[in-house]
Design a protein around this ligand. Structure first.
Ligand SMILES: Cc1cc2nc3c(=O)[nH]c(=O)nc-3n(C[C@H](O)[C@H](O)[C@H](O)COP(=O)(O)OP(=O)(O)OC[C@H]3O[C@@H](n4cnc5c(N)ncnc54)[C@H](O)[C@@H]3O)c2cc1C
Length: 415
């Protein structure tokens, strides 16, 4: 049986960042990847996908975007290339095409079963991603079979859908982006909206994510966040990365002709039943956005950065439709396809260590998992608000691998 001090599961940017710091501390390790480097970006996103984080924010340990368009947003090919470059630069010992099918605790570490054989390791880093499976509510089973159902993992481009109406469920980043693309393809689109995070693409002349970064909001640590469980479940913001730096909130979608309905609550007799109260849902999202923008303004004033940004700017409240449907007959042919943009969850089916709670979440404290020598990276608000984003991994990975080095008794050679 092969032996390593550390096995890293997953060669996305999180696993590769772990490898970078393990190499820096001369800890022998292997990175096991069931597909290819940057597999999730290659296999699990749609064709027109672009990052919603600007290019200048694409930074990994020892690698940053240095192209001609720092304020642009990477296409799928560009993200994949960026992560591949990072793997090559850090000479990560990646074994592609090697799925981990089981991890068991043994006396002095972990026994890892892979599609390519058995491995023993003292420590293991779970970097298998936070978004391995789309979440779809159980009532999807009651949807009539005449309506096709897709998740963002199945969706590639509008041409793959039957002609006719589409119901997109969920108004976070994925839902608003797919609703806009489908509407532009000429289809009638209905968007079912629950709790969401509204953000303008730019505020006072700067990308809203510049504000998140500069004001320190994104740097807030997990042990300083008031309600950590809630922060970890927060939906992704309504943002899209386009060359025009356009805002894609519900007002923009309404202007495009997308019909808004409430949260999809149930299916009864072939009818979709939506919650009422859109007005409240919209006011809450507007209020939270205003509060966040207020925090940015306060920071700019106090930090003397007011001169670096544009003049004050305000945004119209989300427009409430004059009439909102509470029901939709799914047998009538108005809707031919449903796209479930209702979130994603991690998949730990391969992890035979009792560290996953009843809701399928890993029990950990800042990436130190509740089992000796077991670590995690790349989960929401793992150590900071920006933990799941590409530019959030460097500090998290350094700190988690520092802990791991302490566990195996390796002194940091960069101290
Ligand atoms: C739709 C969407 C849009 C996003 N947009 C942005 C954005 O604009 N900017 C940004 O910074 N972040 C964005 N993110 C967040 C985040 O950067 C990505 O989710 C990123 O892919 C996470 O990196 P990761 O390395 O943690 O996980 P992943 O990239 O998912 O990597 C995990 C790897 O583990 C492998 N794996 C899983 N299970 C096993 C196993 N059992 N055995 C072997 N290998 C395994 C997978 O094949 C995969 O390659 C987005 C996420 C999603 C879902």
């Amino acid at each position: 049986m092969e032996r390593f001090t550390t096995v890293v599961v997953g060669a996305g940017h999180a696993g590769l960042a772990a490898s970078h710091f393990l190499t820096e501390r001369s800890i022998d390790h292997v990175v096991l990847e069931r597909g290819e480097v940057a597999n999730s970006w290659r296999r699990e996103r749609w064709d027109s996908f672009r990052l919603l984080t600007p290019n200048w924010q694409s930074r990994l340990p020892g690698l940053r975007y240095e192209g001609p368009d720092p304020d642009g947003y990477m296409t799928m090919g560009e993200v994949t290339g960026f992560i591949e470059r990072f793997a090559a630069l850090s000479r990560a010992p990646v074994r592609t095409g090697t799925g981990v099918t089981s991890v068991r605790r043994v006396d002095d570490g972990y026994h890892v079963t892979t599609s390519g054989g058995e491995i023993h390791c003292r420590t293991l880093v779970i970097a298998s991603g936070a978004c391995n499976r789309p979440v779809v509510p159980p009532f999807h089973e009651a949807v009539p079979s005449s309506v096709e159902q897709l998740t963002p993992f199945d969706y590639r481009e509008p041409g793959q859908l039957a002609d006719g109406g589409v119901l997109v469920v969920g108004a976070s980043a994925t839902g608003v982006q797919l609703a806009a693309e489908l509407r532009r393809s000429g289809r009638p689109v209905i968007l079912s909206v629950g709790e969401h995070v509204r953000l303008p693409r730019t505020f006072r002349g700067r990308d809203v994510l510049w504000w998140m970064d500069a004001s320190g909001v994104w740097d807030q640590r997990y042990d300083e966040v008031d309600d950590l469980q809630r922060a970890r479940r927060l939906p992704s913001p309504q943002l899209v990365g386009t060359p025009e730096r356009a805002t894609l909130d519900l007002n923009a979608l309404t202007a495009m002709g997308v019909e808004l309905v409430g949260r999809w609550a149930a299916v009864r007799d072939g009818r979709a039943l939506f919650s009422g109260g859109l007005r409240n849902v919209f006011s809450l999202a507007d209020l939270k956005m205003e509060r966040l923008l207020g925090t940015f303004e306060e920071w700019a004033r106090e930090a003397g950065r007011d001169g670096e940004v544009g003049p004050p700017e305000s945004f119209a409240p989300t427009r409430v439709p004059t009439k909102t449907r509470l029901q939709l007959d799914l047998r009538g042919g108005e809707v031919r396809t449903i796209v479930w943009a209702t979130g994603f969850r991690p998949d730990y089916a391969w992890l035979d260590v009792p560290v996953v709670d009843e809701k399928g979440r890993l029990r950990h404290d800042g990436g130190v998992v509740d089992s000796p020598g077991l670590y995690a990276l790349g989960l929401p608000v793992l150590r900071r608000r920006r933990s799941t984003f590409i530019h959030g991994i460097e500090d998290d990975a350094r700190e988690v691998i520092d802990h791991l080095a302490g566990f195996v008794g390796v002194r940091s050679n960069i101290e």
